[in-house]
Write a protein that binds this ligand. Structure first.
Ligand code: UDP
Ligand code: MG
Length: 317
């Protein structure tokens, strides 16, 4: 019998965890030739998520839970789950039922029957999402795909099912700034894309504010592209060339007509503009430096407070 591990990061999901478990286990019961294990990762929830997960584990031996010591973010929670998954196949899903469990048989078939290493879901529309947010999201995908050689698929959800081998590869990338859409693509392997319509959250609300998403997008760009660093040098070069010709112009004008001490307002504008460009470029360099700083500290990506479920053995630590 092969085993499928389903990794579910949960942050304040008291309203959805139970629904998710019901829906997913109904689908999994019908999966031929695999037994399922659930790995719920409580990402430092401040509501009743953890007690609910423990209760689920008490009812069902297939449920295991991990509790992180604080909120480390979804990417860290995913890594924790991947590292603890023991299955021959590993699926990652959101707890809010935005990743329809009904697709699991199709994903499993793609990996087990059709020879893919990974089957992933992308949504073909963004209905139910604020239009401004969709617009920004689309621009982000255009930009990052121009700037980075790692392909980031527009509309890709973090819902996928992969082989043990690929899950191990993903877990081996221990970078601190985790942008999983990039990481899944970077490790390679053959991926089948399954398309679906956007599903709205079953209950509760999204943990992503617009500002959080913007920072996440910046993280993604910086983690998978060094193009912004080149932007800084190209801008600098362009301005040097402009300045060179401007100096020649000023000298020639002085020699031919003299008395060129006018136009200081334009000078102030130029100085302000160049100062802005310089600050912008230093900012870009600073971003990379900050990321490098965090990486070299080699801090663990998450800290486990306790875990349990499965065979019933609860561990502290
Ligand atoms: N999540 C998490 N830690 C966080 C934020 C989110 O583990 O800091 C989990 C959350 O519980 C859910 C999944 O990540 O299972 C996706 O979150 P959400 O539905 O809020 O994101 P959206 O679907 O709006 O992109
Ligand atoms: Mg969601």
């Amino acid at each position: 019998m092969e085993r499928l591990s389903i990794v579910v990061p949960c942050f304040n999901e008291e309203e959805t965890a139970e629904h998710f478990y019901q829906a997913a286990s109904a689908v999994c019961a019908a999966l031929p030739g695999v037994e399922t294990e659930f790995i719920f990762v409580d990402d430092g929830s401040r509501d009743r998520t953890l007690p609910i997960l423990k209760e689920l584990a008490g009812r069902d031996r297939r449920v295991r839970w991990l509790a992180l010591s604080r909120n480390f973010g979804k990417e860290a929670a995913l890594l924790a789950g991947l590292e603890h998954a023991r299955g021959d196949y590993v699926a990652v899903m959101d707890a809010d039922l935005q990743d329809p469990p009904e697709l699991l048989p199709q994903l499993l078939e793609a990996v087990r029957g059709e020879g893919y290493d990974c089957a992933a879901v992308r949504r073909v529309d963004r209905k139910g999402e604020p239009p401004i947010r969709s617009w920004f999201a689309r621009q982000f995908y255009k930009l990052i795909n121009k700037m980075s050689r790692t392909e980031i698929v527009d509309g890709a959800r973090d819902y996928r099912l992969m082989t043990r081998q690929m899950a191990d590869a993903v877990a081996r990338l221990t970078e601190y700034n985790r942008f999983s859409k990039g990481i899944f693509s970077w490790v390679g392997f053959r991926t089948k894309w399954v398309e679906t319509e956007n599903v709205e959250r079953a209950a509760g609300e999204s943990k992503w504010s617009f500002f959080k998403l913007l920072l996440y997008a910046l993280d993604g760009i910086i983690a998978f592209s060094t193009a912004p660093l080149a932007v800084a040098s190209v801008l600098g070069l362009v301005f040097c060339v402009i300045a060179f010709f401007a100096i020649i112009f000023v000298i020639v004008r002085q020699l031919l007509w003299g008395g060129s001490a006018f136009g200081w307002p334009s000078l102030v504008c130029i100085i302000l503009f160049l100062a802005g460009v310089q600050l912008f470029c230093i900012g870009i360099v600073g971003q990379y430096l900050a990321k490098t700083y965090l990486e070299v500290k080699k801090r663990p990506i998450y800290i486990l407070r306790e875990s349990g479920g499965g065979s019933g053995d609860e561990k502290q630590g």
